[in-house]
Write a protein that binds this ligand. Structure first.
Ligand code: AGP
Length: 372
């Protein structure tokens, strides 16, 4: 078993470390020499993709968080309305679907019953289903019209890490491909992002090289009961994912919030020395989001929160409000989750270890949930 873990104590650590290669493998063979996407696997013709008037994403858990991020990318680059729904809720509310709806089912295992039942329901209504999946030949891709495999390699740890990052890459590819096929005003940006994606593995590698202070911080919080996570825009699903990792692994009360929602309730939770992780959007590009989160940080810090800030290299505006500062490389706004999630995985894994929990097999959880 030690050999299977490649010298790491846990599969989770091995899988976190494999992420630079995993994201590169997801891209492999899908970008041509001219920098365009060639997704032949998406066996839905270009003319049919041009007819799509709605995208609906269904998934559970971490895969659902990938879907939440995909919505921002799909709507931005394609201007097609996109809904994201928990697979377990989807078919029970009589969703509106037809032949022009593209349903994307995201699943690492390809065996999650909730997601499978959602995609069956979608196909019965005439929608086309594209699976984003990590497990070759599993049930969800077999029952879909097309599949984009994530090629992350087997994920053994119950807590999903490399599958999540590769699901994100696959979602970006679908969004960019839809944009490319349909020809939107974002043509130049789409090309630039495809170029940025090509070296994102190197950015993930750089994050991994700087994780020792994050582990140290995690160990110092071993006796805390609660950790909150805040984000805006694509940083919001990253906050949800950070909280889910901490629940699963450290069995701590952890909650993710959209930072703008703070004043609508959650700010009442802030008390002295409460750890709050803040995922800060890039100060470049949509700088209004950045400025707003800086003021959110001021608000919670004034009420005693201990801020753990994940911010882009060179972002100096956050320094006065950060009790702990975790730096990530600058990336285009929509791609930031690929680098911002990694410290949260390391953080949860180290806290679980410090609390003496079983990292690869957390209590009460199964790797794939094959019951509804
Ligand atoms: C993630 O860490 C979880 N263990 C869980 O939320 C998982 O993502 C979910 O059950 C979906 O699984 P799937 O991707 O295999 O469908």
């Amino acid at each position: 078993a030690a050999a299977e873990k490649g010298g790491y104590d846990y599969f989770m650590l091995k899988e976190i470390a494999e992420q630079p290669k995993a994201v590169a493998d997801t891209l492999l063979g899908r970008i041509d020499a001219a920098g365009s996407l060639t997704l032949d696997e998406v066996r839905i013709s270009a003319s049919e993709l041009r007819e799509v008037d709605k995208v609906v994403i269904v998934a559970c858990g971490t895969a659902f968080h990938a879907g939440l991020i995909a919505k921002y990318a799909i709507e931005h680059w394609t201007r097609i309305p996109c809904e994201v729904e928990l697979a377990s809720e989807f078919r029970y509310r009589d969703p509106i679907l037809d032949q022009q709806t593209l349903v994307i089912a995201i699943s690492q295992s390809g065996e999650t019953m909730d997601t499978l039942m959602a995609l069956r329901h979608a196909r019965e209504q005439g929608a086309r289903v594209l699976a984003i999946c990590n497990t070759n030949g599993s049930t969800i891709p077999r029952e879909s019209d097309a599949v984009l495999y994530t090629h992350a390699g087997p994920e053994v740890a119950v807590a999903s890490t490399k599958a999540f990052l590769t699901q994100l890459v696959a979602c970006y590819l679908v969004a960019l491909y839809l944009g490319q096929v349909r020809g939107t005003k974002w043509g130049d940006e789409i090309h630039a992002v495809i170029r940025d994606l090509a070296h994102i593995g190197g950015d993930v590698e750089r994050v991994l090289e700087t994780m020792e202070p994050v582990r140290e911080l995690a160990r110092s919080l071993v006796h805390k009961n609660t950790v909150l996570f805040l984000g805006r825009h694509v940083g919001y699903p990253v906050a949800l994912e950070g909280a889910l990792k901490l629940k699963e692994l450290a069995y701590m009360h952890a909650e993710g919030f959209a930072a703008g929602e703070l004043k609508h309730g959650p700010i009442a939770l802030i008390e002295d020395d409460l750890p709050v992780v803040v995922v800060v959007p890039s100060p470049r590009g949509r700088s209004v989001l950045h400025d707003k989160i800086v003021s959110n940080m001021q608000e919670i810090r004034a009420r005693g929160a201990r801020t753990i800030v994940i911010a882009e290299e060179g972002d100096e505006a956050v320094v006065p409000y950060a009790d702990h500062l975790i730096r990530i490389p600058a990336t285009p706004t929509l791609l930031q989750p690929l680098v911002a999630t990694v410290p949260l995985q390391v953080f949860a894994c180290e806290l679980a270890t410090a609390r003496g929990n079983e990292v690869d097999q957390p209590r009460n959880l199964a790797k794939s949930v094959t019951v509804e």
